[in-house]
Design a binder for this molecule. Structure first.
Ligand code: FES
Ligand code: FE2
Length: 440
């Protein structure tokens, strides 16, 4: 054997092809971990009219909540009796200002969660006052009950600082749909702001039956305050794809697009007169997004909002609101239009196409393409804002440690999340803005 033969052969690995786009979410570590949602925000849970003196069960950010109304105010408590773990939402009210567990009658005060009476241990029960269940700040806005899910022991932020400003400052009317949906909340949020999908996925929707959609756009993402906006720089209504053929969304029965004009209100070109409240906002782009997953789509006569409420890793709650900034008798016209058409076409079939895609999305891994700048810009925004929020929460309460780790805790699927009757709650809610009531 020669020396040359004794040496290890040199192995040349084939060069790995460079992958297009990003593969995983390591560039956004907090976002990657936030499968059960971001704590430290207000979330809309249900319509105000659904909260009565009978407690009901909801899950937000993996947290089980029992929500109940007493003397006009809504309250949220951790939905677990400390005695044997029975959900308080299975119980009822035996005394004003309290809720009683159905098993042995442990009775908790709604204001602070303190154990106020133990019915089966007599009036001198020694355990009274020694235990409590966690309570959560509650507010009512836009005809809905909102709950603040804390990071640690920090005080709740102002809900008005989180709501879109135009909803706080202007009177409007709301039609909407709240629906429990499969799929992680991040897929729903990314779908809402996704630049590429609407033109293709929704081209078959009845909502778009007479309105053409572009074939492709050049879009940039513009930050402004706590929002990012999709700005349409160039719009192409048809295109020749080399070696494949021509493709367009134009049809003889659809309205002809105004090809010379790029509108930042609505995505089908300029058209209707813009409502003065909407025009006054001067939105840089018609689609915008803010934390913790609030989408705003500005059309000439209304603004559509979507709130993606994290339930757990595999489910979210879709809250779709259409807000018209009209007063007086014009409200009646909106209700007729909402119930007669919009609710079914827009919040139904159109939004159902999104629901379908969110349910079947499976990422990462992923390979992004040019229009996905909308997704990466959102993830960058979320990463930055949540880092600031965690820093502020730590500064407020360094001891005990902030429960940041809970944001990615997988909840134990022991209890039903929401009653079926609550999961789908379409309807018109006469939620005037500003606030319909303050309950905290
Ligand atoms: S489990 Fe709630 S009172 Fe016993
Ligand atoms: Fe969509």
């Amino acid at each position: 054997m020669t020396g040359a033969e004794a040496s290890e052969p040199t192995m040349t690995l084939p060069e790995r092809p460079r992958a297009a786009g990003r593969q995983d979410w390591t560039a956004w570590p907090r976002y990657d971990e936030a499968g059960s949602g971001y704590r430290g925000y207000w979330y809309p849970v249900t319509w105000s009219s659904h909260i009565t003196k009978d407690p009901k069960s909801y899950t937000v950010c993996g947290e089980k909540l029992a929500i109940i109304r007493d003397d006009g105010k809504a309250y949220a408590l951790h939905d677990r009796c400390p005695h044997r773990g029975v959900p308080l939402s299975e119980g009822d009210q035996q005394f004003p200002g309290t809720v009683s567990c159905p098993y042995h009658g442990w009775t908790f005060r709604l204001t602070d969660g303190k154990l106020a009476a133990v019915i089966t241990d007599g009036p001198d029960s020694k355990i009274c006052g020694k235990l409590s269940v966690q309570t959560y700040p509650v507010q009512e806005r836009l005809g809905m009950v909102w709950v603040y899910i804390p990071i640690g022991s920090e005080p709740a932020t102002s809900i008005d600082d989180q709501l879109p400003l135009e909803l706080v400052e202007n009177e409007g009317i709301v039609g909407g749909r709240i629906q429990r949906r499969g799929g992680n909340w991040r897929f729903a949020c990314e779908n809402g702001f996704d630049e590429g999908h609407a033109k293709y996925l929704h081209r078959t929707s009845l909502w778009r039956l007479f309105k053409p959609m572009p074939t492709w756009n050049i879009t940039s993402i513009v930050p402004d305050g706590r929002w990012i906006y999709r700005v349409q720089d160039e719009v192409y209504w048809e295109a020749d794809f080399p070696g494949v053929g021509k493709w367009t969304n134009k049809r003889w029965w659809k309205k002809k697009p105004d090809e010379g004009k790029i509108s930042q209100i609505g995505n089908t070109g300029a058209g209707l007169k813009v409502n003065p409240v909407i025009a006054a906002q001067n939105f840089p782009g018609f689609a915008s997004l803010s934390m913790p997953g609030v989408l705003r789509i500005a059309y000439p006569t209304f603004i559509h909002y979507e709130f993606y409420v994290p339930v757990d890793e595999d489910n979210h709650q879709y809250v779709g609101l259409m807000v018209n900034f009209v007063t007086g008798v014009k409200k009646l016209g909106f209700y007729a239009k909402y119930l007669g058409a919009i609710r079914w076409l827009f919040h139904g079939q159109f939004s159902g196409q999104d629901e379908w895609m969110v349910r079947v999305t499976d990422a990462p891994p992923e390979k992004l393409y040019r229009p996905d700048v909308s997704l990466t810009a959102w993830r960058n925004l979320a990463e930055r804002e949540y880092a600031e929020k965690i820093a502020a929460a730590v500064a407020y309460a360094p001891d005990p440690p902030v429960r940041a780790a809970r944001e990615h805790r997988k909840p134990v699927a022991r209890n039903p999340v929401a009653p079926a009757s609550e999961a789908t709650a379409p309807g018109v809610e006469a939620g005037a803005t500003p606030a319909t009531g303050t309950t905290e």
